[in-house]
Design a protein around this ligand. Structure first.
Ligand code: CAA
Ligand code: NAI
Length: 311
């Protein structure tokens, strides 16, 4: 695909960063979250390098971003489709790709990591990046449930390390949780807050506690909905209808659990249960375990509490 390889050509900026300003962003992991983060940074005028493990995944991320930008353009440039097309092309033109994390880190003012939710893999990646990135580069993780302090533990630059936790779908959800550890400097925190606003998000400040704010409240609610179903109190459809019409939620808990992915929810609950076994909110669910074992992961696998298979 000529267009894809053009967009993905390695086009690193050689200009040195302006004092204080984040102009070059590197996003590691081009999956569901990373592609959204790359998209909004590029749409805000920043140069973005996207890092994936192979060219095929880079191309997949590229297509996802392109499709999502078209949805944004359709809405923002309703009266002027050709301006919408230019917006999509210009934004895509600010995104380049690489499969080499060290190469990706070389020109970054900010690195946002959105790879698999695994402590060891994240720590190893950041240790590599710490060697490769310029001294001023800020490191951030988009982890849903892991401790930022632990992720940063192999790095020298603990003062330039924090959490930037986005929500799915990134281009639509307005919130960004900015996480400070005990080591995050005031300057790093301030730059993360400013950058979050630049990419169009409303930022809140969180401590480095399990699940920060949203997931600490949301995940126990999803788990309780599953327990409600296990007890036979009501059906998924009725519980979802209840929470949408009775509590004003955009999605019911089963729709949302299918949307987030049951592997992700199980991973979060199991991790917290291991750390806090006395807390009944994090008690593992037999039903959730069974669904994950059977590969019923939700929207991404075509089946969860509901079916998403194309008929
Ligand atoms: C696990 C974690 O660590 C943290 C998490 O992320 S937890 C999960 C957080 N996310 C949520 O809670 C999502 C809750 N759900 C919602 O807010 C909504 O259902 C939703 C935004 C996902 C979809 O909304 P919807 O009205 O049902 O569907 P839809 O009409 O397709 O989309 C709504 C708008 O968003 C846009 N949109 C949706 N997905 C998009 C995407 N990926 N890119 C760009 N635009 C998108 C659509 O174009 C549409 O725009 P208009 O209203 O202007 O037409
Ligand atoms: N799915 C969700 O709703 C949310 C997820 N998160 C967090 O964001 C992170 C990513 O989650 P998703 O995007 O859902 O996962 P995903 O599985 O869609 O994407 C992860 C991507 O990272 C790539 N990757 C893995 N190791 C890599 C490496 N060493 N270098 C470069 N790329 C690598 C994979 O190839 C994959 O494409 C996780 O930490 C998750 O907890 C945060 C908010 C919401």
């Amino acid at each position: 695909m000529a267009a894809v390889s053009q967009v993905l050509k390695r086009s690193f900026s050689s200009s040195s960063p302006m004092a204080g300003a984040i102009k070059n962003v590197t996003v590691i992991g081009g999956g569901l979250m990373g592609s959204g983060i790359a998209q909004i940074a590029a749409a805000a005028g920043q140069k973005v390098v996207l890092v994936e493990t192979n060219e095929k995944l880079l191309q997949g991320a590229n297509s996802r971003i392109n499709e999502s930008l078209k949805r944004v353009a359709k809405k923002q440039f309703k009266e002027n489709p050709s301006a919408g097309e230019s917006f999509v092309q210009e934004t895509m033109g600010r995104i380049s790709g690489t499969t080499n994390p060290s190469e990706g880190a070389a020109s970054a003012d900010l690195i946002v990591e959105a790879i698999v939710e695994n402590m060891g893999i994240k720590q190893k990646l950041f240790a590599t990046l710490d060697e490769a990135a310029p001294k001023h580069t800020i490191f951030a993780s988009n982890t849903s449930s892991l401790s930022i302090t632990e992720i940063a533990s192999q790095c020298q630059r603990k003062d330039k390390f924090g959490g930037l936790h986005f929500f799915n779908p990134v281009p639509v959800m307005k919130l960004l949780e900015v996480v400070r550890t005990n080591d995050t400097s005031d300057e790093t925190y301030k730059k993360m807050m400013e950058w979050g606003q630049e990419v169009g998000k409303t930022c809140i400040t969180c401590k480095d506690t399990p699940g920060f704010v949203v997931n600490r409240l949301l995940v126990p609610q999803l788990a309780e909905a599953i327990r409600m179903l296990e007890r036979g109190d009501a059906s998924p459809r009725d519980i979802d209808t209840a929470m949408k019409l009775g509590a004003g939620h955009p999605m019911g808990p089963f729709e949302l659990a299918d949307y987030v992915g049951h592997d992700t929810t199980k991973f979060i609950i199991d991790g917290w249960h291991e750390k806090m076994p006395e807390n009944p909110l994090f008690k593992p669910s037999e039903l959730l375990n069974k669904m994950v074992k059977e590969g019923k992961l939700g929207v991404k696998s075509g089946e969860g509490f509901y079916s998403y298979k194309k008929k």
